[in-house]
Ligand binder design. Structure first.
Ligand code: FAD
Length: 392
């Protein structure tokens, strides 16, 4: 029998296929034995996971799950959502590591690459031989990257020359390749390029001082006359629409990860409040503490229902940008409430890493803002409701 999570109050997990449930159990066991024991210490020191985590995730087939060339077995988008949830339930940096590798870097190549490019790069990324990154955001362009990119690609015979800068790029300084999004100097359209991180002119440094997702590094990158062969231009990325198609899928998975991060704090609060005695009894028996737990579970349960449906829509072919935008906006907003309530339920100990709520509380802030801020996702939904884009 599958050990379902108490926090999956309505038993959504049980709707997965047996093979998917088995895989989820294997992932859960791996995360509990390999990631949870080290996560607080790594977070405090701002250090990355060791190679055993990267290797273990690849051996479980987690990096290649979504793509035809690399998936270890037929699986549903709902299952892949549960994978993101399980990862974030233990550590949101681990969920982000997988999101960057599988969703953003491999997703860009899978969705925008030619058959040859898919065959060349996807298996090497799925096996963790290579670590990938996705470079869209820039120092001067975040929410407006559809229009505002400054990085330029200039065609030069059989090559392209890239100039510009990027900011916030996960694994951009410690990986092997970065998919760089740049404007074609000639037609002004956004195109994607697979750039080796050791290419001359590619310089990256980790952003210091982060108070969120401290187990993953984000880079500032400068590109100075970086020469990329035409063979490394993503052959089916012709405009920002193609970039947005990659983000539609990853946004839905961040929505799932937000639920996992909420559950991380919720489980800590349930365990703590049953043990902690005040006024002669466990604080879990005080009515106002029960209210914190009940409304947290309400947020988690409604979020699971929502992300389950948005992933079903992906498999049915009916998911649009507005659907994944609403899912991301909704679950990250509910997450922000939930981690605050759960941290509160731990009193002073809530701000100490060891008690299990603080890392989720801090990591929530990055999940809330990356892959489209709450405002931008709200405006994507607003456009779908009204037919009017408020952000161009
Ligand atoms: P801005 O765009 O400057 O926005 C600042 C504020 O203004 C936000 O609240 C925003 O919602 C609001 N705002 C802006 N325009 C409007 C408007 N029209 N109406 C209403 N409000 C508006 N990027 C990558 O390319 N690759 C990565 O791997 C990556 N990883 C990341 C990891 C982390 C931890 C973080 C924090 C970011 C990462 N990003 C990455 C970048 C991320 O996607 C951006 O931070 C995000 O899109 C917001 O852009 P910005 O930070 O420039 O904020």
């Amino acid at each position: 029998t599958f050990p379902t999570l108490d926090s999956d109050f309505y038993g959504f997990e049980s709707r997965l296929r047996p093979e998917e449930l088995d895989k989820l159990v294997a992932l859960r066991e791996f995360l509990e034995s390999t990631v949870r024991p080290v996560a607080n210490a790594l977070w405090e020191r701002g250090e990355m996971f060791g190679p055993e985590v990267h290797r273990g995730l690849a051996d479980l087939g987690i990096y290649g799950l979504a793509w035809e060339e690399t998936r270890p077995f037929e699986n549903s988008a709902v299952f892949r959502g549960w994978v993101a949830l399980e990862l974030a339930r233990v550590d949101a940096s681990a969920a982000t590591l997988v999101g960057v590798q599988n969703g953003l870097a491999m997703g860009a190549i899978a969705q925008c690459g030619s058959a040859e490019q898919r065959a060349e790069w996807l298996p090497r990324l799925a096996s963790a031989e290579l670590m990938g990154a996705f470079g869209l955001t820039e120092p001067l362009s975040g929410s407006d990257s559809a229009q505002g990119l400054r990085t330029v690609a200039r065609r030069d015979g059989d090559s392209w020359v890239l100039n510009g800068s990027k900011r916030w790029i996960g694994n951009g300084s410690i990986g092997d390749i970065t998919v760089i999004w740049a404007k074609d100097a000639e037609d002004g359209q956004v195109k994607g390029f697979i750039v080796p991180q050791d290419a001359p002119g590619y310089n990256a440094t980790a952003i210091p001082g982060k108070g969120s997702l401290r187990i993953i590094q984000n880079a500032d990158i400068t590109l100075t006359d970086v020469v990329v062969p035409e063979a490394n231009r993503l052959q089916n990325a012709n405009s920002f629409r193609d970039t947005a198609a990659v983000l539609r899928l990853t946004r839905a998975e961040v929505a799932w990860a937000a639920v996992g991060n909420s559950i991380q704090a919720y489980e800590a609060a349930v365990a703590y409040t049953k043990e902690r005695i005040q006024f002669g009894k466990p604080i879990a028996s005080h009515q106002l503490v029960q209210e914190l737990l009940a409304k947290s579970l309400g947020n988690i349960t409604s979020s699971i229902a929502l992300v389950t449906r948005v992933s079903e829509m992906l498999d049915e072919g009916t998911q649009g940008d507005q659907h994944s935008a609403l899912a991301k906006e909704f679950t990250t907003s509910r997450m922000r409430e939930t981690v605050a309530w759960c941290r509160e339920a731990l009193g002073g100990n809530g701000i100490v890493l060891d008690y299990g709520a603080m890392r989720a509380f801090a990591d929530a802030e990055a999940l809330y803002s990356y892959e489209g801020t709450r405002e931008m996702n709200t405006l994507i939904v607003g456009r779908a409701i009204t037919g009017k884009a408020a952000f161009v």
